[in-house]
Ligand binder design. Structure first.
Ligand SMILES: [Fe+2]
Ligand SMILES: [Fe+2]
Length: 303
């Protein structure tokens, strides 16, 4: 089958959209804490009807903060993985080598950007918001899996980023323009990553037996389980951050509702919306039709 994407075209596109951190954050580009950061489809704060409008806004911003932090966290395992994938063939196709190095360099830049964002958020929001980690430890656990399993997780993340931006951020006029600008710039570069990841998955799968592909998909699900554990821990942190920031003491019932609603919101944001992305499923189907069905069935719990 002809590959759907080319290294040359992907490299050219990434060079066209490339931006500098200094041009998109800092100076007069400040977060506006009177506005929401995340679209409601991802934040799901409205379902918590017992919160006031100000409290919902604070929770939305806490979620916006962890959204970018968690992108930085997953990029800490994407970066070494892409470098490892590129390295054995640096002397082959020049466009391939350059496209993957550009991909890695962009992820290193995104990690840096999200650290800068976190520092600015902490200054402006006024409450310290704890996060899961450390990223190196999570990266070690993820990278201990079969390379095809890791590549599938990365492909899932890249398409998920595309979906979030196109479906619920691009046309949303309520969001803080500065936060939205960070999402837009991230999305612009991630569009190429989704294509390069597709090529990476196909290359890795080409040297795998059917049984190995089956095992890699099982391991993809295990990594999803590991990440889900982290997401649920993050919800507990967010509840503390929320109370700290707003002074609101939640009753036991309200805490339960918070945990359920936000737990599922995190699942949809980082797991369900990637697992059900049509392009991700198409790639899976190309590897092994039964794997597509398997992931589609699993996804129901994360939507
Ligand atoms: Fe990124
Ligand atoms: Fe990426």
């Amino acid at each position: 089958m002809e590959p759907a994407y080319s290294y040359e075209a992907t490299l050219a596109a990434s060079q066209r959209v490339n931006w500098r951190i200094e041009d998109i954050i800092g100076g007069d580009k400040q977060l506006d804490f009177t506005k929401p950061f995340l679209p409601e489809t991802l934040a799901r704060v409205e379902a918590l009807g017992f919160l006031t409008a100000d409290e919902k806004l604070a929770l939305n911003q806490i979620r916006g903060h962890n959204y970018l932090y968690l992108f930085g966290l997953v990029e800490e395992f994407i970066l070494p993985f892409v470098l490892d994938h590129a390295r054995p063939q640096l002397h082959g196709d020049d466009y391939r080598a350059r496209a993957f190095l550009q991909f890695a360099s962009e992820e290193a830049k995104h990690i840096h950007l999200f650290k800068r964002f976190r520092a600015e958020f902490q200054d402006g929001f006024g409450t310290d918001c704890p996060v899961i980690g450390p990223p190196e430890e999570i990266a070690r656990a993820v990278l201990s899996h079969h390379p095809l399993a890791v590549a599938l997780v990365i492909l899932h993340i890249e398409w998920m980023t595309q979906r979030h931006y196109l479906e619920s951020i691009r046309d949303n006029r309520d969001l803080d323009p500065q936060f939205k600008s960070l999402l837009r710039h991230h999305w612009m570069e991630e569009a190429q990553h989704a294509k390069l990841d597709t090529l990476m998955v196909e290359a890795l799968a080409a040297s795998c037996s059917e049984a190995e592909i089956e095992r890699a998909v099982e391991e993809y699900a295990q990594i999803g389980g590991l990440l889900d554990g982290g997401l649920q821990q993050q919800v507990a942190f967010d509840m503390d951050s929320f109370s700290q920031a707003t002074g609101r003491v939640l009753t036991a019932d309200e805490q339960d509702a918070f945990t359920t609603v936000q737990g599922q919101a995190m699942r949809w944001t980082f797991l369900g919306s990637g697992m059900t992305h049509e392009n991700f499923l198409k790639t899976l189907e190309g590897l092994r039709p039964a794997s597509r069905t398997q992931v589609e069935t699993m996804a129901a719990a994360f939507c």
